[in-house]
Design a protein around this ligand. Structure first.
Ligand code: C2O
Ligand code: CU
Length: 463
């Protein structure tokens, strides 16, 4: 492996990306193939202006100011991060969607110890897949993520087609009162339904940021839903746009994002062809629900480049092992509401309720003595999860450590997408195939954090 300064110092092309810097990259230590100097990720409590009026106190971030940095890695090259915990609450980092070794997965109790205030932890792994991913703590998640600890990861592939501009958008809400300060993080009756929504919506911690993009140019927009609750329905107005990747993997067939629904934890990659006219506005919208929202806008700038979306080459598929359908073993998995509310005892930011269950077992995922695994899987063997949503709510179900292929849905025609998070709709049944090629204990949970922490969590053991 050769490291080039050009690659490591490459910054996000968008000069207008307020508040989001390229990852701070350390100097290379030693010789080629050595682990690079780690990226320092230090948690901090700051003040930030998230709405008009007074700045919000007790906002959490990695770094000293502004949103967590966009972390850049390269497919197949070693990456290292040094977590320092600067806040008065134990934390960890989970690299959502990246197929890391189990010890690097950031789940307290199951795979690593808590990182207490003033302590640190070294993460090191080589991302096998290119795409858009994200990072967040796996401790006291409703508070830590709700207060700001959610950042986007870009794993670059040098063979990717070249775009005129790349934009990274971190989509999330905040539960703030009129005075701009945090209000109660959730309401139990909402946790038992869709989850409790934020009151202030942002992209990169801003309200409807606008970016300049070359007229007639091709933009690669990477959006990550890092909110703890909200499901989005995406549309692009004012330009031709096509979905090129979802959840870190290229889509087999590109399509227009016409109210495409994605849930917490999921990532959308779009190719957008900017209009030729200087000053034309393109908007990324969430059209779900009764109050459609403009999330971010792009403004055509300069003389038209006259590029064509159809000239855009394919993205390389990631080296995810192919599930063997003939030998695959089935794993039934039922998502349900609990019959009664058993107060759940956890210590990693327990919400104190149990509303949800996987295969009838509610587990908040935050107890030092985990429940039994859903199943013990044989290393290297193929499996098909037969997942049924027996609830009247949608759930973005996330599997750690391994990527699955969407094989079949009872309610819609699905592309054979490779993913780590599937948004299962009410009463839907779905089949997800994967090869159990990564040894260890791997969490599977709903990424609506209130659901996760009130019972909709379990895990597979791969041995
Ligand atoms: Cu995005 Cu268990 O995590
Ligand atoms: Cu859920």
């Amino acid at each position: 492996t050769t490291f080039t300064r050009r690659a490591l110092l490459k910054t996000t092309a968008a000069a207008g990306l307020a508040g989001i810097g390229a990852a701070t990259l350390g100097r290379l230590a030693g010789f080629a193939a050595a682990t690079p100097a780690p990226l320092i990720l230090k948690t901090a409590s700051i003040e930030a202006r998230l709405m008009e009026g007074a700045p919000t106190k007790n906002v959490l971030t990695y770094g000293e100011a502004g949103p967590p940095p966009v972390v850049r890695m390269r497919k197949g090259e070693p990456f290292a991060a040094h977590l320092i915990n600067g806040i008065d609450d134990p934390t960890t980092i989970h690299w959502h969607g990246i197929r890391v070794p189990n010890k690097m997965d950031g789940v307290p109790f199951l795979v690593q110890p808590y990182v207490y205030q003033g302590d640190n932890f070294d993460y090191a792994f080589t991302p096998p897949d290119a795409g858009t991913f994200w990072y967040h703590p796996h401790c006291n998640t409703l508070i830590q993520m709700g207060h700001g600890l959610t950042g986007v990861i870009v794993v670059e592939n040098p063979n990717d087609p070249v775009f005129d501009l790349e934009m990274v958008v971190n989509l999330r809400d905040w539960r703030l009162g009129d005075d701009g300060q945090f209000i109660e993080p959730f309401r139990p009756r909402d946790a038992a339904r869709t989850g409790t929504f934020g009151t202030v919506r942002t992209a990169n911690w801003l309200d409807q940021p606008q970016f300049d993009a070359p007229a007639g140019g091709l933009v690669r927009l990477r959006a990550a839903i890092t909110d703890v609750t909200r499901i989005y329905a995406f549309r692009v107005d004012g330009a031709e746009a096509t979905v090129i990747a979802l959840d870190g993997n290229p889509v087999p067939q590109r399509f227009a994002p016409d109210a495409l629904q994605l849930g917490p934890g999921q990532r959308l990659e779009l190719a957008i062809r900017m209009p030729d006219e200087e000053g034309a506005i393109v908007s990324l919208r969430d059209v779900r629900g009764t109050k459609p929202k403009i999330l971010a806008t792009l403004r055509s700038a300069g003389r038209s480049l006259k590029h064509d979306l159809r000239d855009l080459g394919p993205l390389e598929a990631n080296p995810v092992p192919e599930v063997d359908l003939t030998s695959a073993k089935r794993i039934p998995l039922a998502l349900s509401a609990t019959a009664e509310n058993v107060a759940a005892d956890g210590i990693c930011g327990s919400l104190g309720y149990s509303f949800w269950a996987i295969n009838k077992v509610p587990w908040p995922g935050d107890t030092p003595d985990p429940t039994a695994p859903l199943a013990e899987l044989k290393l290297g063997r193929s499996y098909i999860i037969d997942m049924a949503n027996l609830t009247p709510h949608a759930h973005p179900i996330h599997l750690h450590g391994m990527s699955f292929k969407v094989l079949w849905s009872s309610t819609r025609a699905v592309q054979p997408l490779i993913s780590d998070t599937y948004l299962i709709q009410p009463d839907e049944k779905v089949q997800l195939g994967f090869v159990a090629d990564n040894p260890g204990d791997w969490l599977l949970h709903c990424h609506i954090i209130e659901h996760q922490k009130t019972g909709m969590t379990s895990y597979f053991r791969v041995v």
